[in-house]
Design a protein around this ligand. Sequence first.
Ligand code: ADP
Ligand code: MG
Length: 734
Amino acid sequence: MPQEALNGLAPEIILRFNQVETIMPYCVFCHIRYEKGESGMSSITEIYGELVFNDRIMQERLPKVTYKQLAQTIKEGKTLDIEIANAVAHAMKEWAIEKGATHYTHWFQPLTGITSEKHDSFINPQDDGSTLLAFSGKELIQGEPDASSFPSGGLRATFEARGYTAWDPTSFAFIKDSVLCIPTAFISYGGEALDKKTPLLRSMAAINEQAKRVLKLFGKTPVQVSTTVGAEQEYFLIKEKDYADRLDLILTGRTLFGAAPCKGQELEEHYFGAIRPTVSRFMQELDRELWKLDIPAKTKHNEVAPSQHELAPVFLTTNAAIDSNLLTMEKMRLLASHHGLVCLLHEKPFEGINGSGKHNNWSISADGQNLLDPGKTPYDNLQFLVFLTAVIKAVDEYQGLLRMSVASAGNDHRLGANEAPPAIISIFLGDELAAVVEAIISSHAHTSAGDVFMNLGVEVLPTFPKDSTDRNRTSPFAFTGNKFEFRMAGSEVNLSDANMVLNTIIAKTLSDFADTIEGSKDFESASRDWLKKTLSDHQRIIFNGDNYSADWPIEAEKRGLLNLKSTPDALSQFITQESFELFDRFAVLSKSEVESRYEVKLEHYSKKVNIEGLVTARMAHARFIPAIIEYSTLVAEGIASKKDISDKLDTSAEEALLEKLTDGINAISAGAAVLEKAIEAAAATEDSLENAQAYQTKVIPAMETVRNAVDAVEILVGHDYWPVPSYNHILFYT
Ligand code: ADP
Ligand code: MG
């Protein structure tokens, strides 16, 4: 193999390439061939989207009429007819086979939030012993996986086990591991959504309809109003070897033990710091694989915590952005192994160290025009103010649902810790918009500042206009120039729920505006009245201060804002009468769909904590107690042998250590016994809410007691005797 063909690839991969005899570099794990180019790599423009059956390929490969009809389906949400589906399926199959695909799969997102796939080959054996490669329109648009093995939260008791997957033509098909993947929705025999995507698509339809009503009042009739999302993904990378030595990381994704490292993130040197070579090679490979899949990976950098990183793509229409994010997480996990690394996507892998979030940048646009763009004079931009106010009203009225949408066992550890907003929802608008809102409420005139230029004090540096707002990194819901950034979501979450909620609650407040204004004689003054009343009613949700400060929860309570600290508390917001009515009114979720999702989320929470509890107890017994016994026996033997030699040798320090170690063993053992009882008691509760509450109020504190006892001993035991890699070791590697 020519050496230059290997430039830029990780040494680990090169080794594997050399083991498999192939002329071109070839990754044996993900079956990717790196071809062409002087440096052995194809150019970005050549590879970009090469594994996606995207608009360009469709134009090239579909008959003109078919393409036009399909494009209409995609743009306007029209139903697809089977003739077109047949033609699309044929072209898709031919294209996929040329790209080396042998199978196809309906790729969907069951209520677990992760993606699922079952592979079917294209082969269709003939009587003469040969085979045709076939893929029909019916196979493209509909599949029938057995729904009984996926969580349904009780929907299965009422409805049949049958489930159907249905093609989502608004997300492009793509090839992954020689499989043609068709993004689909997953529904039950009775038409109930069994997945994350279906309600998301319904919510997009709801906001499309209501936003069009509003825009019509402004004399505009766009073809499509869609919401857009850019998901900034945070993650940790650690060494495979350290991961393999820790049962907690393997089974729960986070460390359940570990004394604080001697150095944390206090030197603030990791954020935007130079990226270490191993990580850089991982990022390069990741970027290329994502680009091939049409995923516009744009920004990458080191994050605040040691070994923490971030990837941000260019934003896309919401459902495509979420599909892309799920694929990104999958590729991160897979490709890390090529570099001897493991990617941790858990919200809080290390206690006392920043956790990982997934900032959900959200906006709404009409035929590509961003409706949250304030322009230079926001006070006079009535249409912008209506959309802005609709968001403010929605976030205030449905705080509980937004909090619910990102609730998970993992995220509970992150929210309210030092690196993330507390579990209180509030909105940051920035100085300029806050002044505009004040002016509207108090009926004062307001003049926008216009462009203010930065004075850098150095002539050679270019001058540029100052942003109208500074950033506020502590707000859970911040206006950032022309979009909102919902920062409460955790790194591992499927963003469908958060966006389903955002779209639906804003559809609701847009419809409130339209209901009030439609038919009014003086549109402008009626709109200004609505703005004034609505902003006055919901001003309490606006908070431009420091969300991390100790005063904020007190102030928030005075304002009557919710502070839902735990997942069981947050989930209760999903099953209120208000929530049922909201989702039903906009045909996003029926009451039984809401109830089933609530059940699944509660169960998932309990199962996660149960596993963590079991792992905590197991590691205490199987790892830590034996190791501490071994070390303390060594200390005891040392003391005894010194005493044998002479009574005069002072062994007081060793004896004090021995006492602490012995106390430690007892504390861990007693803690583990309490924990085991708590798990048993929690598991015995029948009701799913009581079950989750038992895990939250009894099991989690019992786990913490065991952890604290273990961590207190970790710093006393000789390095070579501690049975798992420490935080110092895991977080700081070269
Ligand atoms: P940061 O939060 O670090 O300031 P950026 O300003 O670079 O990040 O942008 C963050 C994300 O916001 C990117 O993924 C970007 O594509 C996305 N974004 C920008 N405009 C929009 C929009 N109109 N709708 C949704 N997301 C957007
Ligand atoms: Mg951000």
